[in-house]
Design a protein around this ligand. Structure first.
Ligand SMILES: [Zn+2]
Length: 125
């Protein structure tokens, strides 16, 4: 008798709606090595990422303070994802407007969520 190990897929985050991506095909230069296949004379597009300014910074009031959330629920993926960038990084406080106390709790919550695989550590290439 052979045991069958069934891989359980977590429910949360199954539908990652990436809205706002307007057909931007970008060569993924991560993982594999460059094989030098591209023709010479094609310089790298300098300028870096142009998609800045996704986080509006109008209200600089801590969301958790206004809603009186004391302990940040690490199971609330929807909530946490609002404070994690697309790449999986935690958005700095000055962009989100979260106060220091809550940013710390938020960081802990995000890390906990990562550990139980609710959030990604980094974006997949
Ligand atoms: Zn706060």
């Amino acid at each position: 008798m052979a045991d069958e190990i069934q891989a359980k897929a977590p429910d949360a985050g199954a539908s990652s709606g990436q809205s706002g991506q307007s057909g931007e095909s970008r060569p993924s230069g991560g993982g594999g090595g460059y094989q030098g296949n591209r023709p010479a004379g094609a310089p790298r597009p300098a300028g870096g990422p142009g998609g800045r300014g996704k986080f509006f910074r109008r209200k600089k009031v801590c969301k958790f303070c206004t809603e009186k959330i004391d302990a940040i629920p690490y199971r609330d993926v929807r909530l946490l994802q609002g404070f994690v960038a697309e790449r999986g990084k935690i958005v700095p406080r000055r962009l989100t407007g979260v106060c220091t106390t809550h940013q710390r709790r938020l960081t802990r919550a995000i890390k906990q969520a990562r550990n139980i695989a609710l959030l990604a550590f980094a974006a997949r290439h």
